[in-house]
Write a protein that binds this ligand. Structure first.
Ligand code: HEM
Length: 487
């Protein structure tokens, strides 16, 4: 009887219809098919295996979604089932098992933190309140470029570095109340957040192939996590203390808003000290690298397409007719600028693979997928799909967004730079507020010429770095010339 029962069970299991899987090896599964740029490997494989593919990375099953139709099924039809994030070893160690927003399991804690972000931290009003910070830091960048442009014709600047500093300083001021720059020693926030981000994106082999966990120990992964956790804790404790000591002064950085939420006994939301610090570090890492990456790729594409650069500069000058700082109000009238940014987010999404985890068994497009399966929505593939974007999908053409109804809300599944549904990015407003005005000022004031590459190439390459946020592999080195005198 038991034999028959187990035979029957086996038989019903075999009736399941899993999504197509590329061939795999014993123990490592599909790990050998991953390159340093997983979004690209998945894209190529999807052309052969289709929009829903099931991989096994060691013991971890992972569904990769690569078309707008399949994304709609996952992110809209079955949104709630796909609304967890993967619970990885790094999330456990660095984010206290997901006591943050981005990696918190879907549930009450996540809901409370998300509404805190929407209503207070990342609301339109709070974003506007930082307009003067953006102006101040953009002017610092302009001064550096101005000096370089007037020193000698061959003087070059590392534009990537300038844009990183700008973004970090603006986001750090919004989150922590002021910038904590390098003069204060190696322990500045930018350095800590960079190391934190690197570890969050690390690949602990033992998680996928437990018998190889010793390799992680040799790599010193656990020690590095411990070290960065301790340093961040000490650093943020100092910052939080500073704000508590001056709580009588009117301050409106995210840390102050979180501290007052903590004190507010009318809400049922309990935010302990550890949770507060985790949210602070999260806002720093989720906000800075993504925003910087967008600006860096925008300048890359504009330098590769001088006709677009000219069209954009003409628009900026027609709206902002003086020689002074382009204001955020003026920027709102710049349609072509908006089209350029949309096109950059299509071709170079800062986070090309959106991670989710399935909460319960589901059937998608006739395929059975089991609860606990990790999910990666490959927006790199979706946003370059010739079936929805046309034969020129791989080309940079801001004009394709003329009169288009596409926005950042994630309602049209062929365009998802900020994700979609319950777990959509809450920081798009904060990112755009900086990106638009910084680019408008940069393009209006400076004619940036790309320094010839190592093999004499006169346009910046498109090589991508590895890691969570896909920025340029090589920094953008340019010679700045004042563009105001040439009007
Ligand atoms: C150009 C800039 C940015 C891009 C392209 C971007 C993109 C994304 C994407 C694709 C997701 C995943 C959404 C999903 O699962 O559906 C996400 C989530 C998130 N982003 Fe952003 N982001 C940017 C800027 C920011 C900023 C400035 C902040 C805050 C300071 C931020 C905070 C977050 C958080 C907290 C989540 C997790 C939301 C959740 O799980 O509920 N992002 N972002």
């Amino acid at each position: 009887f038991l034999f028959l029962k187990s035979f029957h069970k086996k038989n019903t299991t075999t009736k399941l219809n899993p999504p197509p899987s590329p061939w795999r090896l014993p123990v490592i599964g599909n790990l050998h098919q991953l390159s340093l740029h997983p979004h690209r490997s998945f894209y190529s494989l999807s052309l052969r295996y289709g929009p829903l593919m099931l991989f096994h990375f060691g013991r971890v099953p992972t569904l990769v979604v690569s078309s707008a139709d399949a994304a709609l099924e996952v992110l809209k039809t079955n949104d709630i089932k796909f609304s967890n994030r993967p619970k990885t070893k790094m999330v456990d160690k660095l984010l206290n098992g997901g006591r943050d927003l981005a990696f918190a399991p879907y549930g009450e804690y996540w809901r409370q933190v998300k509404s805190l972000c929407a209503l207070h931290l990342l609301s339109k009003k709070t974003i506007q309140s930082f307009e003067c910070v953006r102006k101040q830091e953009i002017n610092v960048m302009m001064d550096t470029l101005e000096k370089a442009s007037s020193s000698s014709s061959s003087s070059t600047v590392n534009l990537s570095q300038l844009l990183t500093t700008l973004t970090n300083d603006v986001i750090t001021t919004a989150v922590l109340g002021r910038k904590y720059s390098s003069e204060e020693g190696g322990n500045n926030s930018n350095n800590l957040v960079r190391r934190f981000n690197e570890l969050l994106g690390a690949f602990p082999l033992g998680e996928f192939i437990p018998v190889l966990a010793w390799i992680d120990r040799i790599r010193g992964l656990d020690k590095k996590v411990e070290k960065v956790n301790d340093e961040i804790d000490v650093f943020l404790e100092k910052v939080v203390q500073e704000h508590e000591d001056h709580s009588d002064e009117e301050m409106s950085a995210f840390v102050d808003i979180l501290l007052s939420t903590q004190k507010d006994k009318t809400t049922q939301f309990e935010l302990d000290r550890k949770g507060l610090k985790i949210l602070l570090v999260e806002l720093l890492f989720a906000g800075a690298a993504t925003t910087f990456t967008l600006m860096e790729w925008t300048m890359t594409e504009l330098l590769r397409h001088p006709e677009c650069m000219k069209k954009l500069r003409d628009e900026i000058r027609s709206v902002s007719t003086h020689d002074l700082y382009v204001t955020e109000k003026e920027v709102k009238e710049m349609n072509y600028l908006n089209m350029v940014i949309k096109e950059v987010l299509r071709l170079h999404p800062s986070g090309p693979l959106i991670p989710r985890e399935l909460r319960e068994d589901v059937k998608v497009n006739g395929y059975d997928i089991a609860a606990g399966t990790r999910v990666l929505i490959n927006i790199y593939a979706i946003q370059r799909d010739t079936a929805t974007w046309g034969a020129d999908a791989g080309e940079f053409k801001p004009e394709r967004h003329l009169n288009s109804l596409l926005d950042f809300e994630g309602q049209n599944f062929k365009y998802l730079p900020f994700g979609s549904g319950r777990r959509r990015c809450p920081g798009d407003g904060l990112a755009m507020a900086l990106v638009e005005v910084a680019l408008a000022n940069l393009v209006k004031r400076f004619d940036l010429r790309f320094k010839l590459g190592p093999i004499g190439d006169d346009k910046p390459d498109l090589a991508e770095a590895t890691g969570l946020d896909v920025c340029r592999k090589f920094p953008l080195i340019v010679s700045p010339f004042s563009a105001l005198s040439s009007t």
